[in-house]
Design a protein around this ligand. Structure first.
Ligand SMILES: [Ca+2]
Ligand SMILES: [Ca+2]
Ligand SMILES: [Ca+2]
Length: 123
């Protein structure tokens, strides 16, 4: 009986030692790198700069997406050659109106001779 109790005690001690050793080896370690605040040393300005960079990147993506949107509903987006997507009268294929100082047909020429224009952006 006494022998059995000693064995049980020894097994319990061994199990406790193994568990303690395992915890010390694999258990969570305290993280002192950011003092538990999740921002880091001197982190607020750095975090703001990081967020600003993300915002700038998103603005770039929005600008890129806007190139595909036909804002003035004339059938052409900027990506499709609309050189003034705020004026529905201006788009590739529009009739060039002489004397208005506008490249109405978006061919890169302002007020060019309208008789030579084919209306497809290639006079
Ligand atoms: Ca348009
Ligand atoms: Ca033109
Ligand atoms: Ca014009």
């Amino acid at each position: 009986m006494r022998m059995r109790n000693l064995s049980t005690l020894a097994l319990l001690a061994l199990a406790l030692a193994l568990a303690t050793g395992a915890m010390a080896k694999n258990g969570p370690k305290p993280d002192h790198s950011n003092h538990g605040h999740g921002i880091g040393k001197g982190g607020v300005p750095a975090r703001i700069a990081d967020l600003q960079a993300q915002i700038d990147a998103l603005h770039g993506q929005i600008d890129e997406i806007n190139q595909f949107i036909d804002h003035d509903l004339d059938g052409f987006s900027a990506k499709q050659g609309d050189c003034d997507d705020t004026n529905a009268a201006v788009h590739p294929g529009a009739t060039e109106i002489a004397g208005n100082a506008i490249d109405d047909n978006c061919d890169g020429n302002v007020d060019e001779a309208t008789t030579t224009s084919t209306g497809n952006g290639h006079p």
